[in-house]
Design a protein around this ligand. Structure first.
Ligand code: SF4
Length: 467
C-alpha cells in the first residue's frame, strides 16, 4: 500500500489506502492505536451527540465535571420550543463518590432536577469513572422512574469501552427504550420519521418542509429538535428515513425488527443526494399516493432553477482546485465528493473517524484514482497528507480546523459547531459560496508554504522558502 512517502505508524498502515490500487482493502471500525492521538471522541461523547438535541429531556452526566464540560452544548442543535437540552447537568463526582460510590448522589440529583425542570424524560450518561467504580446507573434510573412517572433512561456510555461508534450504539439502545411506548392514534399512512439529522443551523426544519410539501406527515425528529413524546409514538410511522452512516442506523434496524417499520438511507448534502432522498421517499409511497412523486419533482425543479446557474458561475472560478475531507461519519464524505465535483474541484484526501468496511468500499468507488483514503487519522498524519497533496481547502470539524489554519489552508466547518445550514438545496448554495470565499481568500497568498506558488515571478517569490 502506498502512503505517498508519508511516514505513518506501522500498525496503522492498513488503515490507509490509495483509491484505484487493485485488491487493496482498508481496515476500520477498530480501537484507535494507543499513542496515535486519534481525532475520535470517546464513547460517552458519541452517545451525547446523538441524544443531546432532544430538547425537552433532562440530560444528566454521571461523572466528574470534565465529561460534562467537554460536551456542553456540543451540537449547537436548535430547538423550536424548549431548550432544556442546552443545559449541561452533571453529578460532579469527586473523591468521596469515587471511594464510597455515586449512586446516592445520582438519585438525589435526578429527583431534584426532575422536580425543578419538569422534563418529559431523562437520560443519564455513564462515564469512565462511573463505569470503573461500578455504579448501578440502570438500577437507579428504574427506581427514580417509578417515583417521577416519566421515562428515566440509563445510557451505558463509559468512555473506555470502545470508540465513538459504540457511543452511537449506546444512544440507539437508549432510544429503543422510548420507541413503542406512546399512542399512535391519528398517524397518517403517508408518514415518516426523520432519523440522523441533528438540526444544526435549523437544517431539520428545511428538510421537514420538503417532506411536508410532498404531503407527508413527520411523526418524529430523531433527534434534531426532537421531543420525547414524538419519539415514544414514532413506531406508528410508515417509514424511517435515515441520514448519516452510523448514528441512528441501529435504531432503524431495531424498529424494523420490533415494529416492522422499514427504513431508507439518505443524504441531504449536495444536489444529487438531496434530490434522490426526496425521490426515494416518494417511490416508497407511490402506491399509496402517486402524487407524492409529482410534488417531489416540483420541489426539485423549483429549487434548481436559481441554484444551477449560480453553481455554474462558481465552477468557473473554482475549476481545478483541490479539497480534502475528514469527517466523523463516512456517509457525509460520499456526498461531499460529489458536491466538490459540481464545483469543478477534486477531492485528493478523504477520511472518517467511524467509517465501516461497507462505507469505505463505497468511497473507493466514488472517488478518483489516486485519492488517499484514511480511517481514524491523527493530526500528524492528516497534516502530512495535506501538505503532500497541497490542497486548497479542508472540510472537517473543530479538531481539524487548527490543522488547516496552521498549514495555511482554507477550512470549511462541516461538523457539530457550524452555524451555517449545509443540508438541502439551500445548504448546497451556502456550501458552494463558503468554499469559494475561503479558497479565493487573498490571505493564502501570504502563507509561507504557498508564497512561491502564488507569487511566482514577483519579488515575494524569493523572500520566503517552504518551512
Ligand atoms: S467519559 Fe471518559 S474518556 Fe469520555 S470525557 Fe469522560 S473521562 Fe474522558
Amino acid at each position: 500500500m502506498g502512503t505517498g512517502g508519508i511516514s505513518v505508524f506501522a500498525e496503522r498502515k492498513n488503515q490507509i489506502l490509495v483509491a484505484g490500487t487493485a485488491g487493496e482493502t482498508i481496515q476500520c471500525d477498530r480501537p484507535s492505536l494507543a499513542g496515535a492521538v486519534s481525532q475520535r471522541a470517546c464513547v460517552f461523547c458519541g452517545a451525547r451527540v446523538v441524544l443531546y438535541p432532544i430538547a425537552d429531556a433532562l440530560h444528566l452526566v454521571h461523572g466528574p465535571i470534565g465529561c460534562a464540560a467537554y460536551t456542553w452544548d456540543i451540537r449547537g442543535a436548535l430547538s423550536s420550543g424548549p431548550e432544556l437540552h442546552r443545559q449541561s447537568f452533571s453529578t460532579d463526582m469527586r473523591e468521596r463518590e469515587v471511594i464510597f460510590g455515586g449512586e446516592k448522589k445520582l438519585e438525589q440529583s435526578l429527583l431534584e432536577l426532575i422536580e425543578k425542570y419538569q422534563p418529559k424524560g431523562a437520560f443519564v450518561y455513564s462515564t469512565c469513572v462511573a463505569g470503573v467504580i461500578g455504579d448501578d446507573i440502570d438500577g437507579i434510573c428504574r427506581k427514580v422512574e417509578k417515583v417521577v412517572g416519566i421515562p428515566v433512561i440509563a445510557v451505558q456510555s463509559e468512555g473506555f469501552k470502545g470508540n465513538k461508534r459504540a457511543g452511537y450504539s449506546a444512544a440507539c439502545k437508549a432510544l429503543d427504550r422510548l420507541v413503542g411506548t406512546g399512542d399512535t392514534t391519528g398517524i397518517s399512512p403517508l408518514s415518516i420519521n426523520i432519523l440522523g439529522d441533528f438540526n444544526l443551523a435549523g437544517e431539520i426544519w428545511l428538510i421537514r418542509s420538503y417532506y411536508e410539501k410532498m404531503g407527508l406527515q413527520v411523526v418524529a425528529n430523531v433527534t434534531g429538535d426532537g421531543r420525547i413524546d414524538d419519539i415514544r409514538r414514532s413506531h406508528g410511522a410508515a417509514l424511517n428515513v435515515v441520514q448519516c452512516s452510523g448514528a441512528t442506523m441501529e435504531l432503524a434496524r431495531y424498529m424494523k425488527e420490533q415494529h416492522n417499520v422499514p427504513f431508507l438511507r439518505v443524504s441531504y448534502f449536495g444536489i444529487e443526494d438531496m434530490a434522490e432522498s426526496l425521490y426515494s421517499v416518494a417511490r416508497h409511497f407511490q402506491d399509496v399516493d402517486w402524487k407524492v412523486m409529482e410534488r417531489a419533482r416540483q420541489i426539485v425543479s423549483q429549487e434548481l432553477k436559481d441554484l444551477v446557474p449560480e453553481m455554474k458561475a462558481l465552477k468557473k472560478r473554482l475549476q481545478g482546485k483541490t479539497a480534502a475531507v475528514y469527517v466523523g461519519g463516512a456517509f457525509k464524505a460520499f456526498s461531499l465528493i460529489k458536491a466538490f465535483r459540481h464545483l469543478g474541484m477534486r477531492v485528493t484526501l478523504v477520511g472518517s473517524q467511524t467509517g465501516t468496511e461497507e462505507d469505505y468500499r463505497e468511497i473507493q468507488q466514488v472517488c478518483d484514482p489516486g485519492t488517499v483514503i484514511v480511517d481514524d487519522a491523527n493530526p500528524l498524519e492528516l497534516g502530512a497528507f495535506l501538505k503532500d497533496n497541497d490542497v486548497d481547502i479542508l472540510v472537517g470539524g473543530v479538531k481539524e480546523r487548527p490543522i488547516a489554519y496552521k498549514l495555511g489552508l482554507g477550512f470549511c466547518d462541516h461538523n457539530h459547531e457550524r452555524k451555517l445550514a449545509l443540508e438541502g438545496f439551500l445548504g448546497m448554495r451556502n456550501f458552494a459560496r463558503e468554499v469559494a470565499a475561503t479558497v479565493e481568500s487573498p490571505v493564502w497568498k501570504f502563507v509561507p508554504r504557498r508564497i512561491g506558488r502564488t507569487t511566482a515571478g514577483t519579488a515575494l517569490s524569493t523572500e520566503r522558502k517552504e518551512p
